[in-house]
Design a protein around this ligand. Structure first.
Ligand code: UDP
Length: 241
């Protein structure tokens, strides 16, 4: 089942269901990609048609944020739970035995994340990595193709990661790509995930804001997101176009 929040489609899947579907996509051996939009990304789609089209083209879209989960419930198309890119990545690495390529982060981050994967997930082979600060796709694509990954973690931040995946789907045949934001920063240990208590209280966004005050600018869209969402739900309830 799918629902739409301000035009962005979401799949109603649990973390477990998302991993099962990702494994099935990999078993099919065709190129596919997964997006993990949070409310800021949904909001950005209003002004960025290419971003919206990139997410529309995804094979699976996960509700990465309490705001998205709330919005889906409010619009009568509930998703069972929040599925963050990071949780999805770890749960997939637990179940998967194949080749993964890590793309993104500042120089050194992907290498450190690769070492952590090697220790924590012995069945997974990191077949290559590259930082996320490159000018043109060509040389990086060539390296990725030569490494022959089954899974490509695309951690370039939004909208760069979604546009990268949509643009290069054909070029990376037989590979599942997933846009995973800052996952390599956390996996490498350079950044900390919020403690479990904050996550349980649905306050991970606040924890990240306190740790990284620079995020405030991008979070200023949230009141607009809530208002637009309420307007969408009123229209839906009253049957207005
Ligand atoms: N990043 C990158 N290339 C860029 C811009 C960003 O590799 O051109 C990386 C950045 O270093 C960070 C990640 O993308 O590791 C974005 O992390 P952020 O915390 O903003 O993403 P979120 O988890 O909030 O989606």
């Amino acid at each position: 089942m799918t629902g739409r929040v301000l035009g962005v489609r979401f799949d109603a899947v649990t973390l477990h269901g998302a991993v099962e579907r990702a494994l099935a996509l990999m078993a099919q051996g065709r190129s596919a990609y997964v997006c993990t939009p949070n409310p800021e990304i949904v909001w950005a789609c209003r002004k960025n048609a290419d971003l919206l089209a990139a997410i529309e083209g995804a094979d699976m879209t996960l509700a990465d944020g309490v705001g998205v989960v709330w919005a889906c419930r409010r619009l009568g198309c509930p998703v069972p739970e929040r599925v963050t890119g990071y949780d999805f990545f770890l749960a997939l690495l637990e179940r998967f035995s194949g080749r993964v390529y890590l793309l993104g982060g500042a120089p050194g981050v992907a290498r450190e994340a690769a070492a952590v994967i090697g220790q924590r997930f012995p069945a997974v082979q990191v077949c290559g990595f590259h930082d996320g600060y490159f000018e043109s796709d060509g040389p990086v694509l060539e390296q990725i193709r030569r490494a022959e990954p089954d899974l490509l973690a695309v951690c370039l931040g939004s909208p760069r990661q979604e546009l990268f995946m949509a643009r290069n789907r054909q070029a990376l045949d037989g590979c599942l790509m997933a846009g995973l934001g800052g996952s390599l920063d956390v996996l490498s240990g350079r950044k900390r995930r919020a403690p479990a208590g904050w996550i349980r209280l649905r306050l991970e966004w606040l924890y990240r804001l306190i740790r990284e005050p620079g995020r405030l600018g991008r979070m200023m869209c949230l009141p607009g997101f809530v208002l637009a969402l309420l307007a969408q739900s009123v229209k839906k309830e009253t049957g207005l176009k």
